[in-house]
Design a protein around this ligand. Structure first.
Ligand code: GLN
Length: 290
């Protein structure tokens, strides 16, 4: 009788043929199969050597369509419909950028800079997408009020759902607008993961990103910094004296963002690397003066 492991090996082989790296392939197969079966990781690991589950049509009928989608390089998160961010399940659709682990750095920094999580902080999240930053911050800072903006009504619908899912709808307000238009603040903290991929790099993105994630969440113009050029002065003008602006950037953008910050009366306090050592999160502060 075919074991579950045997089925897994064949599914991994299909993903490898589709250009997905071996380690990622077995991880993806596990996630997709567990999603279809409703199994925990412990159940999965303990049953790998057993006979494959004998559901109607077997594993091919149950999980095969998901493996087909993955072999067309659809991201796992869009197949399962969720991605974990800051320990919270976020619903994702093709209308939003799938939350990345490096973006959790912005949450970590925000919590460290605001220090007292119990104060009624006033926070803005510009270009909220799935709402991951707004929702994570609201769950951590239980008296904070968050304004989350996006130009995409479809993205805002997803973000609204994520706020409800995590019980923070009463403290997160969503606005369909550009940057902080119509959301004057003042804020104790602004966070943003704006689009920052240079136009010339878009074609070289992995098929998962290029074909399945919204271009409007990725494309940052010629050098990737067009959104930052608009956003830094806008954020600066809406921060209280001494307040923080934490923004994600792309590869090689540190010096340019320092220059833009200088022109927007923002002091760059630090630029934190992500787990791959790429400078990723820019921590800026508005001068303490009036
Ligand atoms: N980090 C994303 C990527 O590399 C880009 C996100 C963004 O432009 N904000 O695909």
């Amino acid at each position: 009788m075919a074991t579950l492991q045997g089925w897994v090996s064949a599914a991994c082989q299909r993903l490898r043929v589709a250009g997905i790296d071996g380690r990622d392939a077995s991880f993806d197969v596990e996630i997709l199969a567990r999603h279809a079966l409703g199994w925990t990781r412990a159940q999965w690991l303990s049953r790998l050597r057993d006979q494959a589950p004998d559901t109607a049509g077997g594993m091919d009928a149950l999980v095969g369509p998901l493996i087909d989608r993955r072999s067309r390089r659809e991201p796992v998160a869009l197949i399962t419909g969720v991605r974990e961010f800051w320990g919270l399940d976020m619903v994702v659709t093709p209308d939003v950028l799938i939350p990345r682990p490096e973006t959790e750095l912005l949450v970590e920094i925000a919590l460290a800079r605001l220090a007292d999580p119990g104060r009624p902080w006033v926070i803005a999240d510009v270009g909220t997408g799935s709402g991951c930053l707004a929702v994570a911050l609201a769950t951590e800072m239980v008296h904070a009020r968050v304004v989350a903006t996006d130009i995409s009504p479809e993205a805002l619908a997803v973000a609204l759902g994520n706020a409800a899912r995590h019980g923070v709808s009463d403290r997160v307000a969503f606005h369909e607008t550009r940057f902080l238009d119509g959301a004057p603040g003042p804020y104790d903290l602004v966070v943003s993961n704006p689009p920052y991929i240079p136009d010339t790099d878009l074609a070289a993105l992995a098929p998962e990103v290029a074909r399945h994630e919204p271009r409007s969440a990725l494309s940052g113009g010629r050098d990737g910094l067009d959104p930052a050029r608009t956003l830094l002065p806008v954020a600066s003008a809406r921060l209280r004296g001494g307040a923080w602006f934490v923004m994600e950037i792309g590869v090689g953008q540190s010096q340019s963002v320092r220059d833009i910050a200088g022109g927007a009366a923002l002091e760059v306090v630090e630029i934190r690397p992500d787990l791959q050592g790429i400078p990723r999160a820019v921590v800026m502060r508005r001068g303490a003066g009036p």
